[in-house]
Ligand binder design. Structure first.
Ligand code: ATP
Ligand code: MN
Length: 463
């Protein structure tokens, strides 16, 4: 007989059916009348299913009465209507099989609540907690919504490489990929001889799929990548991971305003889907983690995002009367305290900041006629700050080459990227959305390490 999930078994429509429910015991309570209540969870939803194990079961004394949190069981019986609070149904077990015991002396997830820091040490067990089960379900929902959003609009999903020889950001925060013997590096003229390495040249884990996505956009129109991204930034913050997932759409014939429109529709659609499909989990985050979760989601859906030129943002911050740790002035990059001031105090909704100084943005962003700014856009949201970074790309060959030189990049290393401007160049634009930042925003989880199954941060890669 096939397994019935707890989410199915909890529906009133299931009353009267026979079902096999399988999962992990959360609690056991014995009644004086000679039977036990088991709360069983199988991850299909946050709620447990109550199972009534009667004293007449053949293994009642020998097994059922020894069940504790974490034990795995199969229960077969009829789904009945339940008089208990918060549940329409329960299962009256006719057979109850124990698959695995969990010694209460050593099983870490007992009734006591553990801090999220502590749970990170048990990355192999934390999915069994309410919070991490909910994170996993919401994460899945967001990913489905992302694919649906682009697929419904005819975007092609393209896979860009994870190993690359180009540094998209020119920032140098990359992990090296090598098969050279690190104990005995081959040298030539005193320097490491990269021609003997696997790829004949220095290579890295990608920091972005954008440059390769541009190749496909300038052939196929609208595309997106969605994959793991790596940054060796040694920043121990609550918003940075060394390995994270990024969604990067790239659209031919798009200008900056088209890009902003798409980013706004996209974030709204993801929020709407989560709101509709993860009701129970979102309610949990609102009640237990951060009581601004529901109003924040609703505000996203109800209001247009603010669109604010960088120039004006600087003026607002300078006039704000706030004392910031990092002072602002035209030409400086915004810090998260500034981003949060704009989204949480000034506007109380997402803000798309655009047209940044050219000196603080990468070479591939299109230079404006003023010569001082580029067609960049960052989407900032309350609580998290930057969630999306994007731009209209520089499609003019001569300007692009000049920008590379300005940033000490060698145009010959990017010959293929420049070819896209040499042959049939078009205006185009795109952006990158950090999946984990969206999840932080939606769930209210304060630390990015708690919205990815196995966080990679400086010093942490055990699980
Ligand atoms: P930040 O200033 O926050 O470090 P960034 O300017 O380096 O971000 P981009 O290079 O524009 O970010 O990357 C696009 C998006 O990828 C960001 O808006 C963010 O959502 C996400 N992102 C960037 N770096 C990280 C990271 N280390 N961990 C998780 N997400 C990240
Ligand atoms: Mn960064």
């Amino acid at each position: 007989m096939g397994r019935t999930s707890v989410v199915e078994a909890r529906k009133p429509e299931s009353i009267g059916q026979r079902a096999l429910v399988q999962g992990w015991v959360r609690t056991r309570r014995d009644s004086k009348a000679g039977f036990s209540f088991l709360e069983v969870n199988d991850g299909s939803c946050m709620s447990n299913l109550q199972i009534i194990a009667d004293g007449s079961l053949p293994n009642y004394e020998s097994e059922v009465k020894r069940l504790t949190a974490g034990c795995s069981v199969s229960a077969y019986g009829e789904i009945k209507s339940s008089g208990g609070q918060g549940q329409a149904t329960e299962l009256l077990a006719e057979r109850l099989q124990v698959h695995g015991w969990a010694d209460p002396e050593t099983y870490p997830l007992q009734k006591k609540r553990h801090s999220f820091e502590k749970l990170r040490e048990w990355a192999h067990l934390r999915p069994r907690t309410n919070t991490f089960g909910a994170v996993a379900r919401v994460r899945n929902c967001v990913c489905r919504s992302i694919h649906q959003f682009f697929q419904q609009r005819g975007f092609l999903y393209v896979h860009t490489p994870i190993i690359t020889a180009s540094d998209c950001e020119g920032a140098g925060e990359m992990f090296r990929v090598t098969t050279l013997n690190l104990e005995d590096l081959p040298r030539k003229d005193g320097r490491i001889d990269h021609t003997l390495d696997f790829f004949d040249r220095p290579s890295y884990l990608t920091v972005s799929g954008q440059l390769e996505a541009e190749i496909f956009a300038t052939a196929l129109g609208n595309v997106y990548t969605f994959g793991p991204t790596f940054r060796a930034e040694n920043s121990n913050t609550s918003r940075h991971l060394a390995e994270f997932w990024m969604i990067e759409p790239e659209m031919a014939f798009y200008e900056l305003t088209d890009n902003m429109d798409l980013a706004e529709q996209f974030l709204k659609q993801v929020c709407r889907d989560v709101r509709e499909q993860c009701d129970e989990d979102i309610q949990f985050f609102h009640d237990r983690i951060d009581n601004t979760v529901l109003p924040t989601l609703d505000a996203i859906l109800e209001h247009d995002f603010v669109r604010l030129p960088y120039n004006e943002a600087i003026e607002i911050l300078e006039r704000s009367g706030q004392t910031f740790e990092f002072p602002v002035s035209w030409g400086s990059d915004l810090q998260s305290e500034h981003e949060r001031f704009l989204t949480e105090q000034q506007f109380r909704r997402p803000v798309i900041l655009h047209d940044y100084p050219r000196t603080i943005k990468p070479f591939y962003m299109r230079v404006n006629d003023d010569g001082r700014t580029v067609r960049a856009m960052d989407v900032l949201v309350p609580k998290v700050g930057e969630i999306i970074g994007g731009s209209q790309r520089e499609e003019r060959l001569d300007v692009l080459e000049a920008r590379m030189l300005e940033q000490q990049l060698r145009p010959e290393d990017y010959w293929w990227y420049l070819d896209l401007r040499r042959f049939g160049t078009v205006p185009h634009a795109g952006f990158g959305l950090g999946l984990e930042r969206v999840l932080q925003f939606i769930t209210g989880m304060a630390n990015i390490r708690d919205v990815i199954p196995f966080p990679r941060t400086p010093g942490n890669a055990e699980f």
